[in-house]
Ligand binder design. Structure first.
Ligand code: ADP
Ligand code: 5GP
Length: 205
């Protein structure tokens, strides 16, 4: 019988271009198993993105209707677009008891922490602002205006790194992913997540 501790909700943030998606792809190649929620957004789909895989791409009216129906665990406006975590996405995974990862910006992360104080939070930072600019430009997904706004937002987001449990530098992507796995594996062994196993053992003695 596999003994399983309680599920773990993990918020992963970091300035745009710090490498969250790249690190997430690396994490998928490791043995650590996790589920990632799919957010809804009103921003335009980028080349290579798929609806229902990267995001649920919806228009502003549909997004507002979902806000009115209280369908979001949290939502925010970032760079003139709406982004939100559907409650149904968390519910879809929570019963499995594993690790659920939310890739969201700082405002949303704060709101998740308020709603679920047990959530763990990790903040990915670039090795320098110059490197962040280089990556954001190199990705080639932003207009000049969006690039500028994302850089401004990045400074604001970095100044809120103190709100997170862990800070991981994404210099080498493999090393960064390894460090995140170490964090997640250790956090799964915290007493609060192992409590049910201890009491089951005591009950069945
Ligand atoms: P985010 O999801 O945080 O916005 P991305 O994962 O899209 O960031 O990464 C932004 C750009 O930086 C991409 O072009 C990606 O290939 C590149 N990148 C990510 N991590 C690294 C790294 N460790 N070293 C060099 N380039 C990186
Ligand atoms: P991007 O447009 O680069 O995909 O995402 C922009 C920012 O929005 C990133 O910081 C990303 O983590 C964040 N984001 C994505 N989905 C959500 C969400 O559901 N809620 C919140 N609050 N932020 C999100």
């Amino acid at each position: 019988m596999a003994l399983k501790g309680k599920g773990m909700l993990v918020v992963l943030s970091g300035p745009s271009g710090s490498g969250k998606d790249t690190v997430l792809e690396k994490l998928k190649e490791t043995d650590f198993s996790f589920d990632k929620t799919i957010s809804a957004t009103t921003r335009a789909m980028r080349d290579g993105e798929k609806d229902g895989v990267d995001y649920y791409f919806i228009d502003e009216n549909a997004f507002k209707e979902r806000i009115n129906n209280q369908e979001f665990l949290e939502y925010t406006i970032y760079n003139d677009n709406y982004y939100g975590t559907p409650k149904s996405e968390v519910e879809r995974h929570i019963d499995k008891g594993g690790c659920i990862l939310l890739k969201i910006e700082v405002e949303g992360a704060g709101n998740v922490r308020k709603a679920m104080p047990e959530a763990l939070s990790i903040f990915i930072i670039p090795p320098s602002m110059e490197e962040l600019e280089r990556r954001l430009r190199g990705r080639g997904t932003e207009t000049e205006e969006s690039f500028r706004k994302r850089l401004e937002a990045a400074k604001e987001e970095l100044s809120r790194a103190n709100e997170y449990d862990y800070i991981v530098i994404n210099d080498d992507v493999n090393f960064c992913a390894e460090q995140i796995v170490k964090i997640l594996e250790s956090e799964q062994l915290r007493y609060c997540r192992m409590e049910n196993i201890v009491s089951d053992i005591l009950k069945n003695q």
